[in-house]
Structure formats: structure tokens, C-alpha cells
Design a protein around this ligand. Structure first.
Ligand SMILES: [Zn+2]
Length: 165
């Protein structure tokens, strides 16, 4: 079978680009990075997720004691703690790391309630709207919660404490 000019030049290009395997790997990587490649990967993933094999895999993975042990081990490392903190801020209060840092800086690292240095930060939020109000020390955060976020009750308690002293 004789080669066409196109086949010959494709072969020459493959040789020039460093041979079969390496060139193939580069072409694969390029395809995977392309929009078409990504879409194909997403379709294949969705098919797999919906398949009985995919479900079985997820179930096995979720129940894996090795995975749970590895996760527990990671969570107590500095990196793990930081990731857990970031995830909680984002999940519970919709705060990105940058937004959280901006909040700390805007309060000069002090509790928004009692103005003491924040050693442990509690992200205070409105329980009706979910909006973040500021960063509080644990004492102020618990006090606000126990007094049902009612400023009049806080005033009344302060008054009582002043008079009782
Ligand atoms: Zn405080």
C-alpha cells in the first residue's frame, strides 16, 4: 500500500515533534484543555455518575474507612484547619477569604461589640436576613444570641449590672 503525500507529511511532522507517544500525549492534553474536550469529559462524567457503576463507586467511596481516616488526619493539620475554616465561612456566611480579611482589617482586629482584641473570632450574622453584621469575640456573640439580638434587653442588663455593682 503506497502512502499518500498527506500521510507522509503527517508522519514527518510526528517524527519532528518528538515521536509517537510524546506527540500523542501532547495532542491529548491539548484536546482535554479545549472546550470540546472539556464538554466531552463532562458528558462522560455525567453518564458515569448516572450509571449503576458510578453509584456503587460513590457509595463505596463514601463508606470507605480509609477515606474517613485520611480526611480526619488532614483536618487537624494547619492546612486542613485553614481549609475547614474557609469552607465554613463560605458555606455558613457566604464570606470569601478576602471578604473575611477585609472585615478583620476594618475592625482593626477588635471585637465589634466590646472592642477587645479578637483572639477567637465569631462571625456574627442577622438570623432573619442572614447578613453578616461583624466579627465578635465569643462572649459578645453568645450574649447577643442569648438576649435574642434585642438591643433593649442588652441595655436593660447593662443597667442592672451598673446598679447592682
Ligand atoms: Zn466582644
Amino acid at each position: 500500500m503506497s502512502q499518500t503525500e498527506a500521510q507522509k507529511s503527517a508522519q514527518a511532522a510526528r517524527r519532528a515533534s518528538g515521536g509517537g507517544k510524546a506527540a500523542q500525549d501532547r495532542a491529548s492534553a491539548k484536546y482535554r484543555a479545549s472546550a470540546k474536550g472539556k464538554a466531552a469529559r463532562a458528558r462522560a462524567n455525567a453518564r458515569y455518575q448516572a450509571s449503576p457503576e458510578g453509584l456503587a463507586h460513590r457509595t463505596r467511596y463514601a463508606a470507605s474507612t480509609e477515606r474517613k481516616a485520611a480526611r480526619a488526619k488532614h483536618r487537624v493539620t494547619p492546612v486542613g484547619k485553614f481549609q475547614v475554616f474557609e469552607i465554613n465561612q463560605r458555606y455558613n456566611y457566604g464570606l470569601s477569604r478576602d471578604q473575611y480579611d477585609t472585615l478583620v482589617i476594618s475592625q482593626s482586629g477588635l471585637c465589634a461589640g466590646c472592642a477587645l482584641q479578637l483572639i477567637e473570632c465569631h462571625t456574627d450574622h442577622c438570623h432573619k436576613t442572614g447578613a453578616v453584621r461583624g466579627l465578635l469575640c465569643p462572649g459578645c456573640n453568645f450574649a447577643a444570641g442569648f438576649l435574642l439580638d434585642d438591643p433593649d434587653r442588652c441595655d436593660s442588663l447593662a443597667e442592672y449590672l451598673r446598679n447592682a455593682a
